[in-house]
Design a protein around this ligand. Structure first.
Ligand code: SF4
Length: 480
């Protein structure tokens, strides 16, 4: 999972009203301000963090100047993501001038990557906490309130926070994330995630189904099952996954396809999405479940990264160009109307012009509906940084990336143009960004559709006839 990065600042505020004042808790109504950057996993983690600290007596606030504790959830996937956080620390420094007791904490992947170096780098930082240590936050805050620095960056092989009910922050009250795995064992050579989020582990399947039931009861109508590589989810069997797979005895285990089927059975009115898939692990079983359940959305995000097998091998992606295209063909066979998106990296170490052309041609062949497109950014500590030379000049990386973007923009526009005249069932998520007279939602293929509000409400399903489009959005009218 590298994609779906949101660069905009998202301030999280508790939706459920007053914080609880528990005996022995430290917070006593102190104010917590949380800012999140990076992937969906980080947003889901921030809801765990809010839950842990609200249980300790904190309240959340959207107003930085009101905060007693500021926690920023960070991404380390590219250098500019980390520079962004350093910019925010300057903003928090301004707040600290008016509130000297303010506690500032850095959490997430940048915290895990840099550890105590962050304290040396910036004296403003009081707490550094990694993705597996959020249970320890009440204690870390107590230490920081005494003026000492507090650090916990221990990675775990077990931690899944399965027993912590996330406090839904921000969001639209209709769609929610449910994390099903943590960490990643894939070791793609360009990626920091295995070093910042640790070894892969799957969460108890019953706790996931129960969370989906609770969300449905609370009015949510869509859940996204989250993991760095959801396809390798495997719960149970009373042992380590690798031993279970080595024995080949899956008795008592729950695979990703089985988990998704159980979540889909919560209610036909609950849409089920998942992210992120890995081409080497995406099974036909998953595709069969998608075809069998109308409420399992027909959309897959399947990062390809490169269209050339030599480059894929250097990236340690575990599949070839041919394997990837075979997976795309299988998706089209078993889930004909499936929306497909991807990730690409341009200018990876030693990538030649011909190999760049292979990326362009695989995008053309796969006909993606949209993509997250990046140029290679070497990350310290990754296998590529240690073993491969970042030898493609920046201007060449930029030019190749632009060619990929231009191609994908054309394909996205063509994909949306093909939808004009079709009617889609849309789950209404809220008012359109541009006008309160319009509502927006997504179809099962994960495409955004905007249409006149009439008397419809968010959370409703409505059929919309598509009449026009841009490369990013479909426009239509509700039909009964
Ligand atoms: S190592 Fe590979 S599969 Fe795992 S998070 Fe990184 S890019 Fe995704």
């Amino acid at each position: 999972m590298q994609e779906q990065l949101t660069t905009e600042k998202v301030i999280l505020e508790e939706r459920q009203g007053e914080a609880v004042d528990l005996p022995g808790t430290n917070g006593h109504g102190k104010k917590l301000y949380v800012e999140s950057y990076g992937c969906q996993m980080n947003f889901s983690d921030s809801e765990i963090v809010a839950s842990v600290l609200i249980k300790d007596g904190f309240q959340t606030t959207r107003i930085m100047e009101e905060a007693d504790v500021i926690m920023v959830n960070t991404c380390a996937i590219r250098d500019n993501a980390e520079q962004r956080v350093r910019g925010r620390l300057d903003e928090f420094r301004r707040v600290k001038k008016t509130n000297p007791d303010l506690v500032v904490g850095v959490m997430g992947c940048m915290a895990e990557r840099l550890k105590t170096k962050l304290l040396d780098e910036d004296k403003l930082v009081d707490i550094v906490v990694g993705p597996d240590s959020y249970r320890d936050l009440p204690n870390l805050v107590r230490v920081a309130e005494t003026g000492q620095k507090a650090v916990n960056v221990l990675l775990s092989r077990e931690e899944t926070y399965a027993d912590i009910a996330p406090v839904r922050l921000g969001g639209n009250g209709i769609s929610a994330f449910i994390s099903i795995t943590r960490g990643c064992d894939n070791m793609c050579t360009f990626c920091v995630v295995p070093f910042t989020r640790g070894r892969e582990r799957s969460r108890d399947s019953e706790s996931i189904v129960e969370e989906a039931r609770q969300l449905f009861a609370d009015g949510y109508r869509e859940v996204t099952l989250l993991g760095q590589n959801v396809d390798s989810y495997l719960w149970g069997g009373g042992g380590l996954k690798k031993d279970i797979l080595a024995k080949g005895d899956l008795t008592g285990t729950v695979s990703f396809a089985e988990l998704m089927e159980r979540v889909a059975q919560v209610s036909p009115l609950l849409r089920v999405r998942f992210s992120t898939s890995h081409p080497k692990d995406l099974s036909d079983d998953v595709l069969h479940v998608m075809a069998k359940y109308r409420n399992v959305c027909s959309y897959i995000h399947l990062p390809v990264q490169s269209g050339n097998s030599r480059v894929l091998d250097l990236m340690n992606r575990g599949y070839t160009r041919e394997w990837y295209l075979q997976r795309i063909q299988r998706i089209r066979e078993l889930v004909p109307e499936c929306g497909i998106s991807t990730d690409t990296i341009s200018g990876f170490c030693t990538e030649t012009e011909e190999e760049h052309q292979d990326t362009l041609s695989i995008i053309e062949a796969a006909q993606f509906d949209f993509a997250y497109m990046f140029k290679y950014s070497e990350r310290p500590g990754t296998l590529a940084a240690k073993k491969l030379e970042d030898d493609v000049p920046e201007e060449v990386k930029g030019r190749r990336l632009q060619e990929v973007i231009d191609l994908q923009m054309r394909l996205s526009e063509e994909s949306n143009r093909r939808d004009i005249g079709k009617t889609f069932e849309v789950l209404i998520e809220g008012p359109s960004r541009k006008s309160p007279d319009f509502l927006q939602g997504r179809n099962t293929q994960n495409k955004v559709i905007v249409f006149p509000r009439e008397n419809f409400e968010k959370g409703q399903y409505v059929n919309v006839l598509v009449q026009d489009c841009t490369s990013a959005t479909l426009k239509g009218v509700a039909v009964r």
